[in-house]
Write a protein that binds this ligand. Structure first.
Ligand code: DX5
Ligand code: ZN
Length: 216
């Protein structure tokens, strides 16, 4: 099975987002990753609901919305209405995670939990059964173009073990510092979905890079 590829719009030219979305529509990308940042949970502000809505109007691939915001439960319905198909919230930002994941599923979306690099996979033991995917941050959230944190491989291994042990079908998504040089080993380690921002949009031919990542 090939990995699913989710290019991150964070690294696209925001004045030419429509072109970026049309390129993704034509490409081998599986999902379109949208990074929403509030300047509180992470030290950066990216874009919010109106941009996700606009992307959704042109996108022919599911939107994978990664919320890097505090109190994400306040915005679950709004992001469903904006067109998110997959919605992930940070373990570190959500006090009532179980309730929040239920809200996401009740809105008809797939529910994901995100772990920061410092958060151990063991935190997920009692919530894994309520998630459709786990996003492991392989950089500190907030910015594109950072170096991949190697410890992520061990986390993929323990998460995979936990998923198998609980007999679940939870996808593992890796976000941060993914490129053509580590995509194959991440996939071999158990990653199902690879997010790539800089690797795709920093390349002279983004769709060619997507094809490369998809067919590693
Ligand atoms: C970082 C975001 C990532 C980011 C990845 O906070 O969650 O999705 O766009 O960018 P690269 O692939 O450049 O590390
Ligand atoms: Zn992301």
């Amino acid at each position: 099975m090939k990995p699913l590829i989710a290019p991150s719009l964070l690294s696209a030219d925001f004045l030419r987002l429509q072109e970026a979305v049309e390129m993704l529509n034509q490409s081998e990308a599986d999902w379109i990753h949208c990074d929403v940042m509030d300047g509180v949970f992470v030290p950066n502000i990216s874009f919010g609901l109106p941009v996700v809505q606009a992307v959704h109007r042109h996108a022919r691939k599911p939107l994978d919305v990664h919320l890097m915001i505090v109190q994400p439960e306040r915005y679950v319905k709004a992001f469903a209405d904006a067109g998110a198909a997959w919605l992930s919230v940070h373990y570190e930002a959500c006090t009532h995670l179980h309730r929040c994941l239920q809200q996401i599923r009740n809105e008809g979306m797939k529910a994901g939990v995100v772990l920061n690099p410092h958060s151990p996979v063991s935190l997920l033991e009692n919530i894994l059964g309520y998630t459709d995917y786990v996003l492991l941050m392989s950089v500190n959230p907030g910015f594109g173009g950072q170096a991949f944190i190697e410890d992520t491989y061990r986390k993929i291994g323990s998460l995979k073990e936990m998923i198998v042990k609980q007999n679940l079908e939870v996808l593992i998504e890796i976000d941060g510092g993914v490129h053509a040089g580590n995509a194959a080993s991440l996939h071999a380690a158990g990653a199902d979905v690879l997010v790539a921002g800089n690797a795709v949009f920093g390349h002279s031919s983004p769709s060619e890079m997507i094809r490369l990542l998809k067919n590693i």
